[in-house]
Design a protein. Structure first.
Length: 691
């Protein structure tokens, strides 16, 4: 009777367990299909009846963790691990809960123990790979995920993990400028996932970083496999066109994307990024009014969105409204201290207003959040170069049709002692002679100077020196000096007011006469956001020979192209002297010159650089008949390294000058510039900002 009762009891327990497992199948299905809310509710109900059931507790813990309450999940699995220390499945779930809770270092240690316990466990190996990936130990993560795929070939979860590990690994090695290796990794992703969107976007970004624009274009083009991705493709192609300086093409492509995205307004990310690219294209094409209006419309849809604020800030940078830019970038950083647009944007804005130390600070913050970020590193490099001491040498040979020849050598060094203060030392040597009269004269100038920038709107430049002249009948020493107040009174305007004391040294006869010129001058430049500019210079000169001069030069110019820069315009010059002494130097009572000019300037940052200008005009000396004028100037240079560059140049002019009308003048020479230190003198102070 006792034995019979035992078998009946055993049969009852087996039937109960089977029925209980069948009752929980509904909850298992919820977990497998991602209905974690229902799973949590289901297993919560089970646990109220059976609070000690291990399976229900485990499933409840998974539902809680997958819903985002990682701390509670860790707590549940920690308790289960204590109760069942040898249960491998509970250990696996505990390890996964550490991943959910971002306890990656702790998870790494625990997964290592699990793999030692069972190296053939697919969940353990894959979990370890994902942990290493989160710790950015991509090389080992890739090795482990490949091990997982050997255990379960073609497993979709492992393949997906490998894809993202490769993406992270490629990004990391690209930061070390190992671009070919990074692209090779991404190409392996395309074997697993042909034309994968994430991979193609990462490839395109790498090609942009290396300026391989043709391959970037191919990567973006390959994305256009469905209506939504075709918009992503167009947005990328617009950027590539901009990088190729094809701004009109960029705007046309961005306009196509804008038209297509109207059907997908519900996709906030796609819609915003497309509107953003279109506004950027308007800015690239200098359509500032249209861009401002579109930003205002976008802000109605997304009030105070960081990307909209960034667009307003960018508009301010393009239009020299730096105060607005600073305000917008500040607003972005209030919302997100780690914002890339906010930190690098405000760094550029502070540089634009002359606050270089603040620019350093925010560029270093950018690198703190985004290590080795290319644009931030480039800005640090640019800032440091602007504060690095250099020496510059210029040698010029001049000839005119009055039989005068001259050689002029200038050596100048600039030594920034802080971000606001630069010192300067300059030496000028000039020897001139007349090949007919055989008169010769030589001068030596020694200058000490300084430039102090009070803020982005006011700076003071001053120089003082002595000139020692050795003429053919006399020798003397004179004081020379210069002082200039440089201001930016309003947006897009520059005004310089200054004084300069110098010798009249055009030829040997003039240098021999010891004529000192006291120049009081004003320079004013007005730029606009519609490519028109106006420059004016006025100089009043009093001379020690009891003569005086008024000189007015004004130029109205238009920037027809941005790259290379092409300017065209008209110039007018007026000159008058109180006393006319034509036997000594050109000193008309009235002189008028009008001319048309064009100037082209290449990108000065490229290895080879150049600029050239030419002007045609008419000049009128007092009541004499007008005569045609022509002048031209060209420069061609090469950048041997980041620290050394050289150029050769030449000039020609037949505008009446120091001798008389009918004058012709030729100059040619070369320049050398060498940054003799590798970094600023105050580099330690700069690097303290990084800490």
């Amino acid at each position: 009777m006792h034995l019979k009762s035992f078998f009946i009891s055993l049969l009852f327990l087996f039937s109960f367990s089977l029925l209980f497992a069948q009752d929980m199948q509904e909850g298992f299905t919820y977990l497998e299909t991602g209905n974690y809310d229902k799973a949590k509710s289901f297993f919560d109900t089970i646990l109220k009846q059976y609070p000690d059931n291990k399976t229900a507790r485990l499933c409840y813990g998974r539902a809680v963790g997958l819903l985002g309450d990682s701390q509670q999940a860790v707590s549940i699995f920690t308790e289960l691990k204590k109760e069942y220390p040898n249960d491998f499945e509970i250990k696996l779930n505990y390890a996964e809960s550490l991943l959910w809770d971002s306890q990656f270092t702790k998870a790494e240690t625990f997964y290592e123990k699990l793999i030692k316990e069972d190296s053939t466990s697919f969940p353990a190996v894959l979990g370890y790979a994902n942990t290493l990936s989160n710790l950015k130990k991509y090389k080992n993560a890739l090795k482990m995920v490949n091990n997982a795929l050997q255990l379960q070939e073609g497993n979709p979860n492992a393949l997906l993990s490998r894809k993202f590990i490769r993406l992270g690994y490629a990004n990391t090695i690209a930061q070390d400028k190992k671009y070919d290796e990074a692209i090779a990794l991404l190409d392996q992703n395309l074997v697993d996932y042909p034309n994968d969107k994430d991979t193609q976007l990462n490839k395109a970004n790498l090609y942009l970083m290396t300026n391989d624009l043709d391959n970037a274009e191919k990567a973006y083009t390959a994305l256009a496999v469905n209506p939504k991705d075709s918009i992503v493709s167009l947005n990328g192609l617009a950027l590539v066109a901009h990088k190729k300086y094809k701004e009109k093409n960029a705007l046309g492509i961005a306009r196509m994307a804008l038209h297509k995205v109207e059907k997908f307004k519900e996709d906030k990310e796609l819609y915003l990024s497309t509107r953003e690219r279109y506004i950027q294209a308007l800015l690239w094409n200098r359509k500032f009014t249209a861009a401002k209006e579109d930003i205002a419309r976008l802000q109605q849809l997304y009030p105070d969105h960081p990307r909209v604020l960034a667009l307003r800030a960018t508009h301010g940078m393009y239009t020299s409204n730096f105060k607005t830019s600073l305000q917008q970038y500040d607003a972005i950083l209030e919302k997100d201290k780690g914002s890339f647009d906010g930190n690098l944007g405000i760094a550029n804005a502070y540089r634009a207003v002359g606050e270089d130390m603040k620019s350093y600070t925010y560029t270093f913050k950018t690198l703190e959040y985004y290590p080795k970020q290319q644009d931030a590193e480039k800005l640090i490099k640019t800032l440091k170069k602007s504060h690095t001491p250099f020496i510059e040498e210029k040698t010029a040979f001049t000839f005119d049709n009055g039989d005068n020849e001259a050689v002029n050598i200038t050596v100048k060094t600039e030594i920034p002692l802080s971000a606001k203060f630069k010192s300067e030392i300059q030496y000028d040597y000039r020897t001139t002679k007349n090949t007919v009269t055989k008169n010769e004269a030589t001068s030596h100038d020694f200058w000490l100077g300084a430039l102090y920038t009070f803020n982005g709107r006011v700076a003071l430049q001053s120089k003082i020196g002595i000139t020692n002249a050795d003429g053919f009948t006399t020798e003397y020493t004179e004081l020379v000096a210069e002082a200039v107040v440089k201001t930016k009174p309003f947006k897009l305007q520059n005004l310089d007011v200054g004084y300069k004391r110098e010798l009249q040294n055009f030829n040997a006869d003039l240098l021999n006469r010891e004529i000192v010129m006291n120049n009081y001058f004003l320079n004013y430049n007005l730029s606009t956001n519609f490519n028109l500019g106006w420059y004016t210079q006025y100089i009043y000169t009093s001379q020690t020979d009891d003569n005086s001069r008024n000189l007015l030069f004004t130029s109205l110019y238009y920037t027809a192209l941005q790259r290379p820069v092409l300017k065209v315009g008209i110039n007018y010059q007026y000159l008058s002297f109180k006393n006319q002494v034509p036997a000594i130097y050109f000193s008309p009572a009235r002189f008028n010159l009008g001319e048309l000019f064009a100037e082209v300037v290449s990108d000065p940052q490229k290895k080879w650089f150049y600029n050239a200008s030419a002007a045609l005009g008419r000049q009128f000396v007092e009541d004499d008949p007008g005569s045609s004028t022509f002048r031209a100037e060209g420069k061609f240079g090469y950048r041997f390294s980041e620290r050394f560059k050289a150029d050769v140049y030449g000039k020609y002019s037949n505008i009446a000058s120091a001798t008389a009308a009918g004058f012709e003048y030729i100059e040619f020479g070369f320049r050398l510039k060498w940054y003799f230190l590798r970094k600023p003198i105050f580099d330690k102070k700069i690097m303290e900002l990084q800490k």
